[in-house]
Write a protein that binds this ligand. Sequence first.
Ligand SMILES: Nc1nc2c(ncn2[C@@H]2O[C@H](COP(=O)(O)OP(=O)(O)OP(=O)(O)O)[C@@H](O)[C@H]2O)c(=O)[nH]1
Ligand SMILES: [Mg+2]
Length: 298
Amino acid sequence: MNHKSGFVNIIGLPNVGKSSIMNALLGDKMVIVTNKPQTTRHRIFGIMNAPDYQVVFSDTPGIIQQTNYKMQKAMNDAAFSTFEDADIILVVIDLSNPKFALEELATKLQKQGVPKLLILNKCDGKSEQEIETIKQALLPVCEWQAVLETSATEKIGIEKLKSTILELLPIGPAYYPKDQLSDKPERFFVAELIRENILKLYHQEIPYSTEVAVTSFKEKEKDGKPIIHIYAIIFCMRRSQKGILLGKGGQSIKQLGIDSRKSIEDYLKNQVFLELHVKIKEKWRDNDNLLKSFGYLH
Ligand SMILES: Nc1nc2c(ncn2[C@@H]2O[C@H](COP(=O)(O)OP(=O)(O)OP(=O)(O)O)[C@@H](O)[C@H]2O)c(=O)[nH]1
Ligand SMILES: [Mg+2]
C-alpha cells in the first residue's frame, strides 16, 4: 500500500472562510470561526488521518494588507511561512467580496512549484455567471492545478475538494502519530474558545485589543464526577477597555463566562468550572516579551 502524506496550507485574506473550510474538511469544529476579520491569529495544524493517508492542514491568519503593530506582522509572517513547507496550497477567495489585490502573494504563488488550488468559497447564493466572472479574473494570477467552488457553511464542494487534495498528495510517511489531531494542546483551544466568545460578544476595538491566556487547567472531582477547573486571564490595553470587558456590575464578563464555559464543555465533553480575570498590559501587541509568551514570536 502506498501511504500518502503532506502539508496542505490554507491561505487568503481575512474573513474569506479559511477556518470554516478546514473545519468542514475535518468534519468537526476544530478552529474558531466568527464573522469578524482577523479571527485566526496563529498557524494551526488540523490533522486528517486514515490508514492510507495523513493530511496535515494548516489554518493560517488572514493576510493583512496594512499591518499596524507587531502582532499583525507576526500574523502575516505565520501566513507567509506556510509557503516554505507546503505540498499543496489552497488559496481561498470570498465570492461575496472577491478581492485578491496582493502583489506579494501573487509573486510568491508564481514562484511555488507545488500544486495550487483556487478555492472560490461562499458560493451559496451566487449565480454561475457571477462565479464565472470572478474565476476568469483570477485565472491569470498563477498556474492553478484546479479551481473549485465551495460553501464551507452549506458543505458544498467539500468532498470534491477533499478528493482533489488526496489525488495530489505525494507518497510519504505519516509525520505525526495517527491519533494526533493538532499540533496545539488543549489549553490553546480553550483560550481560543474564550477569544471566540469575546469576538462574538464585544465590538469595535475590544476583540482586537485582547489576548487570552489559560494559566491553570486542573482536573478535579465534584460529587464523584470529574470537573475541570480552568483559570484564564484576559489581557487588554487600557482601563477603559477593562471597564467594557467587565460591563455594568460585571454583567458582561459574567455573560462571557457563561458562553465560554458552554463552548469549553462542548469541546472537552466534560463539566467545567471557569474563572476569568481581566488584566491591563499596555501595548502588549508591540511588546516582544509578551508576544513571545503569547506564542506569536519564537
Ligand atoms: N455564506 C457563507 N459564509 C461563510 C462561508 N464560509 C465561511 N463563512 C462565514 O464567513 C465568516 C468568516 O469565516 P472564517 O472561517 O472565520 O474566515 P477566515 O478566513 O478563517 O477568517 P480569519 O481567521 O479572520 O482570517 C464567518 O461568519 C463564516 O460563517 C460560506 O461558504 N458561505
Ligand atoms: Mg480563520
